[in-house]
Design a binder for this molecule. Structure first.
Ligand code: APR
Ligand code: PHB
Length: 389
């Protein structure tokens, strides 16, 4: 088998890259280890930056997002003293789109079907070879048979647990990591969202987030110790705890109902440098992870894809390699800014087991700045909507 660009991983990064490249006449093969149904059953975050919305348009996959997504012009941050609204439009002239990552992925799969892009699912033992030779190749197993895919370039879009990153030699790779001492227990519930906009709450009992997918689907989270298991949390226990972490007048409006999904995710910041080695390029979670507090994961992944797709198209169509040469350094600039924002919002909004009264005062002062300073709100809004990254 032969292609121009072999893409490992069929999550949002791999699918978007394949979509943009095929539309420009560059041939790709996507290798995904799970089934399509499995990929589409994952529930992830749901906030799209304006730049992500533009990219979906450029890729021809924005129609359903515009019909069903909800533009949001602000969000709330609360602690036990105050409820602060950051108005994105007023602060920096931007907005975000509430539209689930699962839906973005579904739209991408459907668009890929329409243009007849090649996806091979349920592959095993993917291995990357000859990255520094004239041409690399990928080997993999499927249905008990071994296969070889020859290509010009390999793009690792295989997420944090993928194999691609590990193909960069250890003495070349630098990893930076912060593991947070708590997780998020998240639920989906077919109930009307608490408020029209998201609420991020820092409460003495721990962080809570009220988010949503649409007018009859709410997405709520609470900070839990890493030792907690989903089975420890009945629906009633979740609703009780969630309610206690919100301001009383907000909690009074909470509509509860059965949960249709419940899971616990750990929180981590992680960056692996460089994002290119020889013929291998990394995109998305394969190279970096952010805690979900800033809603940056998908946006950052797709901003890598925007850069790399343009660089690959310039390579194939214009014989111009400057984008490929600059890809890693350019992508990492935005990555580090988003890592800093996600870390700082996580630090401002959670209760850490080792925090004392001093740390809590620091959180209060930061929230106070958001309440009182146009400049602080503008900086937050620019990072949250992505224009400042
Ligand atoms: N071989 C083939 N496919 C693999 C392999 C492998 N060895 N390892 C992982 N994969 C697949 C996974 O099954 C998954 O479908 O790669 C895909 C990676 O997808 P994601 O983890 O969703 O990563 P990405 O596409 O970069 O998406 C961006 O940012 O913060 C997050 O929630 C956000 O998931 C989103 C991500
Ligand atoms: C979500 O809706 O799942 C969501 C929204 C905002 C976040 C994280 C998750 O910061």
């Amino acid at each position: 088998m032969r292609t121009q660009v072999a893409i490992i991983g069929g999550g949002p990064s791999g699918l978007m890259l394949s979509q943009l490249l095929n539309r420009a006449g560059v041939r790709t093969v996507v290798l995904e280890r799970k089934t399509r149904d499995y990929v589409l059953a994952r529930v992830r975050a749901g906030i799209l930056e304006a730049g992500t919305v533009d990219l979906l348009e450029q890729a021809g996959v924005a129609q359903r997002m515009h019909a069903e997504g909800q533009p949001h012009h602000g969000c709330y941050l609360t602690d036990d003293q105050q409820m602060i609204r950051v108005d994105f439009t007023e602060s920096c002239g931007q907005q975000v789109m509430v539209y689930g990552q699962t839906e973005v992925t579904r739209d991408l799969y459907e668009a890929q079907d329409r243009i007849g892009a090649t996806h091979i699912h349920e592959v095993e033992n993917v291995a990357i070879n000859d990255l520094k030779a004239a041409a690399p190749h990928v080997t993999f197993d499927r249905g008990g048979q071994s296969h070889r895919l020859d290509c010009d370039m390999i793009v690792g879009c295989d997420g944090f647990h993928g194999v691609s990153r590990h193909a960069i030699p250890k003495d070349v790779r630098r990893e930076y990591e912060r593991v947070y001492p708590f997780g998020w227990l998240g639920i989906l519930s077919e109930t009307p969202p608490l408020r029209p906009e998201l609420i991020y709450a820092n409460h003495p009992r721990g962080f809570a987030l009220a988010s949503m997918r649409h007018e009859m689907l709410s997405r709520y989270y609470i900070q839990v110790p890493l030792s907690d298991k989903v089975e420890d949390w009945s629906d009633d226990a979740f609703w009780d705890e969630f309610r206690r972490r919100l301001p009383d007048d907000v909690a009074a409006d909470l509509v509860t109902g059965p949960t249709i999904e419940k899971s616990i995710a750990p929180l981590r910041s992680f960056v692996s440098e460089p994002m290119r080695w020889g013929h291998l390029f990394l995109c998305g979670d394969a190279a970096h992870i952010v805690p979900p507090t800033g809603a940056k994961g998908l946006n950052l992944a797709l901003s890598d894809v925007r850069l790399l797709s343009a660089a690959l198209i310039a390579h194939y169509n214009d014989n111009d390699d400057s984008g490929l040469e600059g890809y890693s350094a350019q992508a990492l600039q935005r990555v580090w800014k988003a890592v800093r924002f996600s870390w700082s919002v996580t630090t401002m909004m959670h209760r850490f087991p080792d925090h004392d009264a001093f740390d809590h005062r620091m959180q209060q002062v930061e929230l106070q700045a958001l309440a009182n300073s146009d400049t602080a709100r503008r900086l937050f809004a620019e990072s949250y909507t992505g224009v400042g990254l």
